[in-house]
Write a protein that binds this ligand. Structure first.
Ligand SMILES: [Zn+2]
Length: 188
């Protein structure tokens, strides 16, 4: 799913949980909703700059194809960077560590718990809406297995257009909801 959608959906869920009495660390929830996608974003920007201005592309085709169709699937550094926080194994472990810290009243415990819980939520959404390029959610135990969901958020043969329209509509509704909340608070 698109990174801004993860941010908006997690903002709604985090707020709802806080309103229902859960001890939520909202900044950690918001950071965790986008952190899994950050390494790929930085690698893509870095790769674009490097292959446009500093080095020749080792294959025919576009830079973006080389980055997202070759390195994404084959380069160990790209695989590790992108899947570290898209991993159910890594995020579940971090949730456990955060929970223990929280119970022992360590200041980082609550933040780590919600950061990892939010990254796990991001990963579960990604597993559901990726067909050919889903996360290696068993990383680092397994470096190749991706669940091929029947639905993709971008591949046209896998309802990509429908999901894209739904995603856009959802973002519109959530944004309108937050503008309304802000408006109500501002006019009090
Ligand atoms: Zn993602």
């Amino acid at each position: 799913m698109q990174t801004p959608t993860h941010l908006l959906v997690s903002a709604v869920v985090g707020r709802q949980l806080a309103q229902r009495g859960f001890t939520v660390h909202l900044p950690a929830v918001l950071l965790g909703s986008v952190l899994p996608d950050l390494p790929l974003f930085l690698l893509t920007v870095g790769g674009e700059v490097y292959y446009r201005w500093f080095a020749r592309l080792p294959v025919d085709g576009s830079v973006m194809e080389y980055l997202h169709l070759t390195l994404f699937f084959a380069d160990p550094f790209w695989i590790a960077s992108h899947n570290l926080f898209h991993s159910v194994v890594v995020n579940s472990t971090l949730i456990g560590v955060g929970y223990l810290g929280w119970r022992r009243r360590r200041r980082w415990g609550l933040a780590l718990f919600w950061l990892a819980a939010s990254m796990l939520f991001h990963t579960l959404i990604d597993i559901a809406v990726h067909h050919s390029d889903g996360p290696l959610f068993l990383f680092p135990l397994n470096w190749t297995y991706r669940f091929a969901s029947p639905v993709s958020y971008w591949e046209p043969e896998r309802y990509g257009r429908v999901v894209m329209a739904f995603e856009l509509g959802l973002n519109g509704v959530i944004l309108a909801h937050f503008v309304q909340l802000w408006w109500r608070r501002a006019s009090l």
